[in-house]
Design a protein around this ligand. Sequence first.
Ligand SMILES: Cc1cc2nc3c(=O)[nH]c(=O)nc-3n(C[C@H](O)[C@H](O)[C@H](O)COP(=O)(O)OP(=O)(O)OC[C@H]3O[C@@H](n4cnc5c(N)ncnc54)[C@H](O)[C@@H]3O)c2cc1C
Length: 496
Amino acid sequence: MHKVDVCSRSGGFDQTVEVIVVGAGACGLIAALRAASEGAEVLILERDSSPSGSTSLSSGFIPAGGTRFQKPAGESADSAEEFAKDIQAKSHGQSLHSHVQLACENIAGAMEWLADEYSVPWIVLDDFLYPGHRFHRMHAVPEKTGEALQARLLAAVQQQQIPVATESRVTTLYTDAASTGEGNSGATNVAAFNSNGQRITGVEITRPDGQHESIGCEALVLACNGYGGNQGMVERYIPEIANGLYFGHPGNTGDAVVWGEQLRAELEHLSGYQGHGSVAHPHGMLISWALMMEGGIQVNLQGKRFSNEHGGYSEQAVNVLAQTDQLVWNIYDDRIHRFAEGFPDYLQACNAGAIKSADSIEALASITGVPSGELNNTLRAVDDYRSNDSVDPFGRGFGGDKPLHAPWYAVKVTGALFHTQGGLVLDDQCRVRNTDGTVMQNLFAGGGAACGVSGPEVSGYLSGNGLLTAVAYGYVAGGAAAICVRDGGSANRGQA
Ligand SMILES: Cc1cc2nc3c(=O)[nH]c(=O)nc-3n(C[C@H](O)[C@H](O)[C@H](O)COP(=O)(O)OP(=O)(O)OC[C@H]3O[C@@H](n4cnc5c(N)ncnc54)[C@H](O)[C@@H]3O)c2cc1C
C-alpha cells in the first residue's frame, strides 16, 4: 500500500488545473459536473482503471425530501425539514446538525439539477418504506442499480468532456503551510501542518507502475470515500465490525482521514458506519431489507429470532454477527419472494442459487439445517404477535403484516460493513474545517470522505444516508470550488 501524506510545496508542478476532484464515484462525478457547469476547468483523478467506487456496488437509492418527482407518488408534504427530522430521529439527535441541514437543504435541488441538465430520469420507489422514513423519498434511476447510476453520471461527465485520469491514485496533498514537525497524527507518523490560513497548492499522483506526477490546482475536492477498505482503521475506529465482511469498494482506504489528521482538520463520528444484516452467504449478494419490511423474519442457526428486524438493517449487522458462525436465515413466503423479484440484486441471488424454497416448515428446516421444532415454534409465535395474542419481546410491531404461509423461502445471510460514516467536518460550502475553528479556503469534501449524517453509532444510519451526502455535498462542493477559483480563493480567508 502506498504511503499517503501531506507535504509543503508552492510551485514547479508538472501541470496545473483549476479544480482537482479526487475520486470518481457519485460524489466526485457530481462535484466535477457542477464545477464545470460554473465555468471551472476540472480534472478528476481516480485510482482505479475503470471508475466504479462503492457507488457501483450500491443499490443506487438516493433519499431526497421535497423533489418534484415525489408529487406523482402523492408525497407533496415531504420537505427538507421533514427529511431532517427523520435523519435526527434515527440517530437520536446525534447527527451533526449543520451537516444534516447542508444535506437536506441541497439534495432536492441537486436531484432536479441532475435531471434538468444531464437528463437523469429519476423514479421514486413508492411501494414500500425503509425503516425510519415517513415519506416515499427514495429516488433511483429506472434500472434501480448503483451500477446504472454510476454509468449515467460517468456518461454525463464524458459528454461534458471533463477529463477523468484513471490509474491515478492521489498519494500526497501539497500545502503552502510549513510543517510544524510535530509528527504522529494518530494514523501516521508524519509531519503535521499549521492549519491557520493554509492553502492546498496541488497533489501528487502515483501510477500503478510507481511513477509519480505532480499537479497544481486552485481548489481541491476530496471525494475518495471513507476507510472501510483499510482494515487497520476499521479496527481502530470501529472494532465492533472489524470481524465482519467488508462489502464496499476496496479502494476506499481512508486517505481523506489521513490527510485530514495531518492538516489538523476537524474529524467527527469516526465510529459511525453503515452496516447491513442481510448479505447472502457465501454468494456475497445484497438481499434487500424490503423482505423484512414486507413481513419476513430472521432466525439464527438454532431457529430462534434474536432482534427486532424493523429496527434498521444497519444495526442488524452487529446483531447478525453476534449469532453462531455469524450466520442467520431470512425466512419469508411466496408473496414476499414475488415482491422481491422487483429488485435486480434479488434476481441475481436467485440465479446464483442463494434462495431456497420448500412446501412445508419441516422441508424448510431440512434444507436449512435449522431444527424443525424450534422453527415451528418461532413461526407460530410470529403468528401470535400478528394477531395480537402476545407481544414480541424484541418490540417489533407485527400488527400490519400479512400472515406468512407455504410455500416458504429462505436465504442464508451474514452481517457486513458497507461504508464508514465518519470523516471531515465541513462548513456550509463543503469547505473543510480546521480544529482551530478556521476553514480551509480551497479544500472541499463530500460523500464518504466527509462526516456523514448518522452520528457516531451504527444504529444512527437512516437508509440512503450514504448517497445522500455523496450527491448533496458533491453538488455543493463542486459549485463552491468553482466560485473559489473565480474569486481567487481570497474571500473570508481563514475565517470560519
Ligand atoms: C452494497 C452496498 C449498497 C449500498 N446501497 C446504498 C443505497 O442504496 N443508498 C445509499 O444511499 N447508499 C448506499 N450505499 C452506500 C453508498 O454506496 C456510498 O455511500 C456512496 O457510493 C459513496 O459515494 P462516494 O462518491 O463518496 O464514494 P465512492 O463511490 O466509493 O467513490 C470513491 C472513489 O474514490 C476513489 N479513490 C479512493 N481513494 C483515492 C485516491 N487516493 N486517489 C484517487 N482515487 C481514490 C475510489 O477508487 C472510488 O472510485 C451502499 C453501499 C454498499 C457497499
